[in-house]
Design a protein around this ligand. Structure first.
Ligand code: GCW
Length: 729
């Protein structure tokens, strides 16, 4: 018994141990599973606005078998959030109301004349379903070509990129190999683009390396094109004008030289053998040190037409950039117009002139470029910058949609009132042989694609506006927030469909997004000031920067012209006369400080510090107030963001919170740097309601806390493997 007892005791012990081990093992398993679930759910932002969760069953009826239609069917099945068991019919059929890849939706049908239009319709249907919008709609694209320009260098760096390295190119040795991981990422990229209607990608930097046209790189471009094609995305390349010399060993790149023409024709034939639906070339010529036709005393038209003729048989186009400015020009803002207007009508019909939204360079605020609404016989396309080179890189929370909306809605008066930039570029005013719009991409290898969660909204907004240039930024922000953040509260504790989420998350965060661009204008360069950036890179302030050996138009004093008499660039008829590049009544309005919109006051006028503004304040006081408002607004953003904590996952909450801290710090640096520097000229006291600086000017000038970042950016830039002989400002 004893023995038995012992035995049974031992057995009991064993059993208990086993039971304990089992329990422990089970707990460990549960813990591991929990960790896995948590890891799996750790929010990294990679899914963008495409969060296909909890799809309900749906019956999709469709006869067509085109790849884009099949994609549409699977998107609907994977993303259906309507009632379970409903039926939706896909109709591939023309309709007089539909234009290009436009689509018509009803609650039970998606119709388009083209397979890719069906896919766009499917994405729009799902977007509307998830964001509670009307399901009956007809939508046609504003522009035929809606393109992302990647400033990606072949060594993998990205000019003005703040989201890691290139998704297309790696280092020199390895740049042309393609892995399964590459294909997967490019597919995700293509899908995200298609979901917002983007249908073109320029794969490499406009400061183009000639190497892009070597057989190995063309082969790689073909691999990329093969992945993008099913999603309706055409591939384009930036080319270096001097390629016939650098690659073809010719003595010249003169666009009228027979050998040069033959070289390009052969090269283009080679590209089309690999990529039969290749879109065409983007060209930066005679700009910031890049070669161009003017090197051979030829014109922009000669250069562009040479490419156009060679591309024409294949249906390719040339996007010729108008971003030109010379060191000796008295007013850089005038040059694009001066150089291009004489050639209106002289370009082939497969050339389109790509014009940055403002006359200088993607500043926080510029009036629209006078080239919009000027050219009547040559198509013009807007170029926006999605990457925030001048607006706080990937750190500051700035929703760019409001800036683009402002530009698109600006009235050029080309054909009287209502001739907005949108209408002058989308073919509504003049029939254009091509309509297009481009955005300089903010995409890199960062897991969240854009370097910050809110920068994804700018990619989204560009696509949405390129599709429909009438959309309001409020609607775009609303859609993006719902698609990106709904149901993301920790452990799903707050459902997105209740009023609480709308009132406490959606409304305040949308407000913040809509105010964010004005905030950055205020704390960086209000009232029409521009280009006050630090020496290297375009992040921090440097209104003082003007070393003797640097060309004047790369230094801030060239733009602000602050002195004892006042501040601002005189572009009136008494000054550089840039105003005369605009149609009446704008030219007259801009010319007079009393009628010039205050947002552009110092863009067009040099005014005394004591000049009285409409609200009765002096220019100096108003300037101080604007800087103050900018800082106060971003401080408010911090508080607003803290309030929304219960409604969003910890990862994105903390990431944004931390960026907002840096933004507030940097806004303060901007305000102090600019006001203390301008104070040396104005000699006026700070108004009583404006907070005093907290930094010394000498400290900001010499130990600019942002400089380290800028120097880093400069190093990254100088690593690029292109042939640009100059360092740009
Ligand atoms: O804004 C300037 C940038 C350059 C850029 C250039 C351009 C690609 O600082 O980095 O070069 O514009 O648009 O060509």
């Amino acid at each position: 018994m004893q023995f038995l007892n012992l035995k049974s005791h031992a057995m009991n012990n064993k059993q208990t141990n086993r039971a304990h081990r089992f329990k422990f093992g089970k707990a460990l398993l549960i813990l591991t599973l929990l960790c896995l679930v948590l890891v799996a759910h750790a929010e990294d932002g990679h899914e963008l606005w495409l969060r296909d969760k909890k799809a309900n069953p749906v019956i999709v009826k469709c006869d067509a078998k085109a790849p884009a239609v099949l994609l549409a069917c699977s998107e609907i099945k994977n993303g259906w959030t309507g009632k379970a068991g409903e039926t939706i019919r896909i109709i591939l059929k023309a309709d007089p109301m539909l234009k290009g890849d436009g689509y018509k939706l009803t609650p039970s049908t998606i119709q388009s004349a083209t397979p890719i239009g069906v896919l766009y319709g499917a994405y729009e249907f799902l977007r509307r379903q998830k964001t509670d919008q009307e399901l009956t709609v007809i939508s046609n694209p504003s522009y035929e070509r809606r393109i992302l320009d990647h400033w990606d260098n072949l060594n993998g760096t990205i000019e003005r990129g703040y989201a890691g390295k290139s998704i297309f190119w790696r280092n020199e040795k390895d740049s042309v190999t393609v892995t399964e991981a590459d294909r997967k990422l490019w597919t995700e990229y293509a899908r995200a683009n298609a979901s917002i209607g983007i249908n073109g990608s320029v794969l490499n930097n406009v400061n183009a390396s000639p190497q892009i046209l070597t057989p190995a790189y063309i082969k790689k471009a073909k691999e990329i094109a093969n992945v993008l094609r099913p999603y309706g995305i055409k591939t384009y390349l930036s080319v270096n004008f001097a390629s016939p010399i650098k690659l073809g060993n010719l003595k010249t790149a003169d666009p009228l030289n027979g050998e040069v023409i033959a070289w390009w024709k052969n090269k283009i034939a080679e590209i089309y053998r690999e990529i039969p639906d290749f879109g065409g070339f983007l060209v930066k010529a005679n700009s910031e040190g890049q070669a161009g036709p003017q090197d051979y005393h030829r014109t922009h038209a000669d250069g562009a037409n040479m490419f156009a003729d060679a591309l024409k048989p294949y249906g390719g186009i040339v996007m010729w950039r108008a971003f030109v400015y010379n060191a000796n020009e008295k007013d850089r803002a005038k040059q694009a117009y001066t150089e291009f207007m004489p050639f209106d009508g002289k370009f082939r019909n497969n050339v389109i002139i790509q014009v940055k939204n403002g006359p200088v360079d993607f500043q926080p605020r510029e009036p629209f470029s006078a080239l919009f609404g000027a050219m009547k016989k040559t198509p013009v396309m807007p170029e926006f910058q999605i990457t925030k080179e001048y607006l706080g890189e990937n750190i500051h929370l700035v929703f760019l949609s409001t800036m683009w909306e402002e530009v698109l809605k600006s009235d050029t008066y080309q054909q009287g009132k209502g001739s907005t930039v949108a209408k002058c570029t989308d073919g509504s005013i003049y029939r254009q042989s091509i309509t297009a719009i481009a955005g300089v991409s903010n995409i890199g290898l960062d897991t969240n694609w854009c370097g910050s969660d809110f920068d994804q909204a700018n990619w989204f907004a560009f696509g949405r506006l390129a599709w429909n240039n009438n959309l309001s930024s409020a609607q775009i922000a609303d859609e993006w927030l719902k698609l990106t953040f709904a149901n993301s509260s920790p452990a799903g504790s707050v459902a997105c469909d209740n009023g609480q989420w709308t009132n406490l998350f959606l409304i305040p965060v949308k407000k913040m997004m809509l105010e964010s661009r004005e905030a950055v204008v205020n704390y960086e360069m209000p009232l029409g000031l521009h280009h006050l950036f630090s020496a290297f890179g375009h992040y921090g302030p440097g209104p003082w920067y003007a070393p003797k050996n640097v060309r004047m138009d790369w230094t801030p004093p060239y733009y602000h012209k602050a002195d004892a008499n006042g501040i601002g660039f005189d572009r009136t008829s008494n000054g550089s006369d840039a105003v005369s590049q605009y149609h009446q009544p704008l030219a007259e309005q801009f010319n007079d400080p009393k009628t010039c919109p205050e947002t552009f006051l110092l863009w067009f006028h040099h005014l005394p510090w004591t000049y009285q503004l409409k609200n009765g304040r002096t220019l100096w006081d108003a300037l101080c107030s604007h800087y103050q408002d900018g800082v106060v607004t971003v401080r408010e953003f911090q508080k607003q963001w803290d309030n929304i904590r219960p409604y969003i996952d910890r990862e994105r909450f903390e990431a944004v919170q931390s960026k907002l801290r840096k933004q507030c710090h940097d806004a303060q640096v901007y305000k102090d740097a600019c006001l203390l520097y301008f104070h040396q000229s104005s000699k006026l006291p700070f108004p009583p309601d404006v907070e005093r600086p907290i930094y010394e000017l000498s400290y900001l000038e010499n130990i600019n806390p942002l400089t380290m970042e800028s120097i880093q950016a400069m190093f990254n830039r100088s690593n690029r493997n292109n042939a640009s002989p100059q360092t740009t400002n």
